[in-house]
Design a protein around this ligand. Structure first.
Ligand SMILES: *[C@@H]1O[C@H](CO)[C@@H](O)[C@H](O)[C@H]1NC(C)=O
Ligand SMILES: *[C@@H]1O[C@H](CO)[C@@H](O)[C@H](O)[C@H]1NC(C)=O
Ligand SMILES: *[C@@H]1O[C@H](CO)[C@@H](O)[C@H](O)[C@H]1NC(C)=O
Length: 442
């Protein structure tokens, strides 16, 4: 979608439907996890959707914070395959969209105006169990009942996500014996999952968690917002899409904003912040520079249909693909807060894969590199003085990579923002090689 469209959605007040209570698995998880599991089964009358479980977990009963998940058991049934978590982000936000237009096993079909879905067999779930999560509240099906449950800090988000994970493992205890890899995109990766992994790391260190965190796989992570934003137009500039002066002006605008944020009583508003971080440069679609195409509108009609919601246990919950414009202003400062220190600790302690498509105009290669150059992890010096290697698959150039210790950096060729969508085979291969060998196997 156009970032401009994204912007106008953000800035215009929308009459939001009232949230309707959706079926809550938490009371069952507390008393009878086996029944909770049974109740969460996805019952597809057409038998197209592979075995999966979906529903809401209440992570804060006082304020009613309900996180929606969709969990696919791996199709291969390999008993030791690690569990993957995945959280989508901009421009399509919801991880349910990711299931139908990303790494998940279903695709939307349109035949003579009839919207349906079909099985897609190049998905990640063919090989790994994948837990897709809609987060934060107001994204996808996840919501907060009271309107007071929005978390405006990394710690608050991490706590809610960890509570979600703990309840998930209560429902599916055998997955506690599997390795866990936490993955996601841009803001979700940098600002929500990095704090979650960091909190989990602390709990593992002091032995209050048995979760076997093994690694992170982040697509175009956005974890040092004001630094990364200064490089937003570098790729656009090298492609010839903006002029040198536009590139400099944007970096200056961000620097100006950064100075204002240094004042604790700054008056930066969300309607200044978003266009400064995401300037509109005239393209239809920023997710893929080459194809200029986003998901078909029928995808949203399908997800929003009562029929589909019933199948995935979403009840009457409203589906949203954007932030509640009433909430967003409260998050202004949180949006720009860096999580670089946490990222450095994680890179020192776990396997980390950071990848992005070369055609993505959102959190581009220069933006990711800018953050990496400023992340004080142990391998930083070696990384910054290393060269890229060519990655070939069946004698075709698939991308470029660098490996330093347990850190793996990959740029996937001919791919936009949603790497699993544009390069399904290569993205799965990259993930396999990261999990089994630490990085691309030459
Ligand atoms: C398409 O749908 C219309 C309206 O339901 C119907 O009249 C028409 O015969 C259909 N065409 C085909 C090729 O199925
Ligand atoms: C373990 O670490 C977590 C996160 O810092 C903290 O909340 C918890 O109280 C700690 N537990 C113990 C027993 O130290
Ligand atoms: C920089 O900020 C000015 C003033 O808000 C705005 O008009 C201009 O479009 C911005 N430039 C870029 C490249 O974002």
């Amino acid at each position: 979608m156009k970032l401009f469209g994204f912007l106008s959605l953000l800035l215009t007040f929308q009459a939001y439907q009232t949230y309707q209570t959706a079926f809550d698995l938490t009371p069952y998880i507390r008393t009878n996890p086996r029944q909770a599991r049974k109740l969460s089964q996805v019952k597809d009358p057409l038998g197209i959707i592979p075995q999966s479980y979906a529903g809401f977990i209440n992570v804060d009963e006082q304020v009613g914070n309900k996180i929606f998940f969709w969990f696919f058991k791996d199709v291969s049934g390999e008993p030791r395959a690690p569990l993957l978590i995945y959280v989508n982000w901009l421009p399509w936000y919801s991880s349910v969209v990711g299931v139908l237009y990303g790494s998940g096993p279903i695709r939307v079909t349109v035949n003579n105006e009839t919207i349906g879905y079909e099985r897609w067999t190049k998905s990640w779930v063919e090989k790994y169990p994948v837990l897709y999560i809609d987060y934060p509240y107001g994204i996808g099906f996840s919501y907060t009942e009271s309107g007071e449950g929005y978390r405006a800090s990394q710690e608050g988000n991490a706590r809610d996500l960890l509570e979600f994970l703990n309840q998930f493992y209560t429902m599916f205890p055998k997955y506690l014996r599997r390795d866990l890899y936490i993955g996601g995109e841009t803001y979700a990766a940098g600002k929500l999952l990095t704090p979650l992994a960091y909190l989990l790391h602390q709990n593992i260190q002091n032995k209050t968690s048995r979760i076997r965190l093994s690694g992170l796989f982040f697509s175009a992570p956005f974890y040092e917002p004001l630094l990364q934003a200064k490089y937003f137009l570098d790729l656009h500039y090298s492609l010839g899409l903006v002029s040198n002066c536009q590139k400099f002006e944007m970096a200056e605008n961000v620097t100006h904003l950064e100075k204002r944020f240094q004042n604790p009583f700054n008056d930066v508003t969300i309607s200044e912040l978003i266009p400064t971080l995401l300037p509109y440069v005239g393209l239809n679609d920023d997710s893929n520079y080459h194809t200029q195409q986003g998901p078909p509108p029928q995808l949203y009609l399908l997800i929003n249909s009562d029929h589909f919601k019933k199948i995935i246990n979403a009840g009457h919950a409203a589906f949203r693909n954007n932030f509640d414009p009433e909430i967003l202003p409260r998050l202004t400062r949180e949006i720009v807060t860096s999580s670089t220190g946490k990222m450095a600790t994680l890179m020192d302690n776990y396997k980390v894969l950071i990848y992005n498509g070369d055609y993505a105009l959102i959190t581009t290669t220069p933006m990711v590199e800018a953050a990496l150059a400023n992340t004080p992890w142990k391998g930083k010096k070696e990384y910054l003085s290393s060269e890229r290697k060519l990655w070939s698959v069946n004698s075709e150039l698939a991308g470029y990579y660098t490996q330093v210790g347990r850190f793996c950096r990959v740029i996937v060729r001919k791919s936009g923002y949603e790497v699993a969508l544009d390069q399904p085979e290569n993205s799965l291969l990259m993930l396999d090689q990261f999990i089994t060998n630490g990085c691309i196997r030459p």
